[in-house]
Every structure is written in C-alpha cells, then in structure tokens.
Design a protein around this ligand. Sequence first.
Ligand code: AMP
Length: 221
Amino acid sequence: MALRLVFLGPPGTGKGTQAMRMEKRFGLKALSSGDTLRAEMAAGSEIGRKAEEYIKSGALVPDQVVTGVMLAVIGRLPAEAGFILDGFPRTVPQAEALDAGLAELEAAVDAVLYFQMEDRLIVERIASRRICSQDGKVYNLLFRPPRTAGRCDACGAELVQRDDDREDVVATRLDTYRRETAPLVAHYEARGLLMTIDASAPIDVVSETITTAIKGLGGGK
Ligand code: AMP
C-alpha cells in the first residue's frame, strides 16, 4: 500500500534521519522541504533566491513558494509511490494546500507522526549537528560522531555546521515553530491522523516505534 505520511515536529528532533531510514526500510520516498529549498539555493534558482533570506534568519519561506515546490516534487513521483514529507507542511495554509493538491491526485495524507521533544534537548541536538559539505550526510557530535573528527565517513569531505543551526538562529526557528507550526498538531489531531512519538528516545528505539507504526498502517513488509 502506498502510504503518504507527514513527519511533524520542531527542528532537530530527528525527522530527517528517521525519514531516510524509513525510505530504506519501506521504500517510502523521503521528501525534505528544507533539503529541497537548500538545493534550489545551491543551484541559484529563482526559488532559491526567494528562499535564502528567510532560511538564513530562521523564518519560514512564504507558503506559496514552499507549497508550489513541494507539490511539484510530489507530482513527479509515480502515482503508486508512497512518501514521507519531512518539514512540510509547516503552517495550516500549507496543510490545506497539501490536502487540495493530493485530492487532485486522488490521494490523501494517511497519518502524521508527531516528533515530540522538550526544547532543552532540541537546542543541545541542533548545536551538535554537523553535515557533510559535499553529500549532506548528517552527523551528531554527541551520539552519531564521524569516525574521523570533522570528516564525512562516506566521502571524507569536511563536516560543517548549517548556518541556521547557530544558536541565535535556532532560537528564532523554535519561536517560529511554536507560532506557526505547532497549531498543526491540533489540526491533524482533529482529523484523527496524529500519532505522537517520543523523539527523545535513542535513534534506534525511535526507528522501531516508527517501523511498528508504519506496519500498523498497512505499509509493512
Ligand atoms: P529544515 O531543514 O526543515 O530545518 O528547514 C530549514 C529552513 O527551510 C526553515 O527554517 C525554513 O526557513 C525553510 N523551510 C523548510 N520547510 C519549510 C516549509 N514547509 N515552510 C516554510 N519554510 C520552510
């Protein structure tokens, strides 16, 4: 069954890491709005130029820009493909636009996994996050360090901190989350789609929880 899932939650709670793991485990395509926008920025496209200032300051990119990009990404998947949206939707208007876009494809969101974690842990995790400057692979100095300090295990390139992972920007991102994205928890709960998971558990435990949830939704192998 082609499951269509949303991973919802504050930045730094492991949504991207778990989406990649579930892509490998179940073949559900992991679609990250943050990665998509950063790729547009790196390519110097018009969308990338529009998004840049917002991303750098920790604000949200305007709904229309993100919605257009993400619905296009979804629209390029084969009709029978399942997917996981990581970081999208992030506002109620985005959620409504997603529903409308999926309805045109005769599809709908099957479930929303809410990654719950307290702020103190979020700040600690983001501060220790590093990414490969070449392939974007994500590390964490606390619990997923590279084998050689400062170097990517896979390609040996230098590990860097995302500009918006710096402390001052993180505070803004958390504020933005609370104001604009947190209302989606109630939005999806009211629709009976919300499943809350404890994102502060060790990575493998969180993966197991999500794996069980996906199997329960009928997406298991
Ligand atoms: P992320 O990699 O998910 O933490 O996203 C990084 C940044 O990209 C966010 O702080 C926003 O500026 C922007 N962004 C990503 N997804 C969205 C979205 N759904 N709506 C608005 N802005 C977004």
